[in-house]
Design a protein around this ligand. Sequence first.
Ligand SMILES: [Zn+2]
Ligand SMILES: [Zn+2]
Length: 208
Amino acid sequence: MRIHVNTGGLAATNSYLIADETAGVAALIDAPQHTIEPLLKIAQHHDWDVPLLLLTHGHWDHISDHKVYTDHYPHGKVLIHRLDEPKLQHPGSKIFQLPYIIQPRSADGHIQDDDEEIIGSIRLKAIFTPGHSPGHIAFYFAEENLLFGGDLLFAGSIGRTDLPDSDPNAMRQSLLRVMKLPDETLVYPGHGPQTSIGDERQSNPYLT
Ligand SMILES: [Zn+2]
Ligand SMILES: [Zn+2]
């Protein structure tokens, strides 16, 4: 398994390219502005197919580059939870005017809790983690002990719950759920550096 990260856009958002290099297959998690082209170059260099763009949620900073992906992979599928699809269909910020336009689109399919996706021989599971947004999903790789947490959990912080469709109570339940994962689980968040469930259990002020 290979993981490439790229960070970009106004909110310094992380996108990830996850590859089974033996099978020659990869998937993207999230599509911040100006991050996808370089990741697809890596995929093309290795001759990896990239059939999936998985979106943790529909906030503008995580979806901006979706069209860069589908322009390269017209048959690629963009998946998101049903409750966050409206943000993909009407992209933008509810708080300020974005200085650029995100193409609206519908999802090619919906991800819901416990769904499994496959990248070559790598399995990942969707964990429904609403709170920051109503249709937020984290992607868990049980065998590899990895969690791609989107805007649920950051190193030393958690996702905002003061947005118009945030739900602090749902956020609390979602955090309780992922904190049941083993300490050694590495967390690749939507913003900032990677961390682990164990480190956050010990030192994250929002979890005590
Ligand atoms: Zn967000
Ligand atoms: Zn974000």
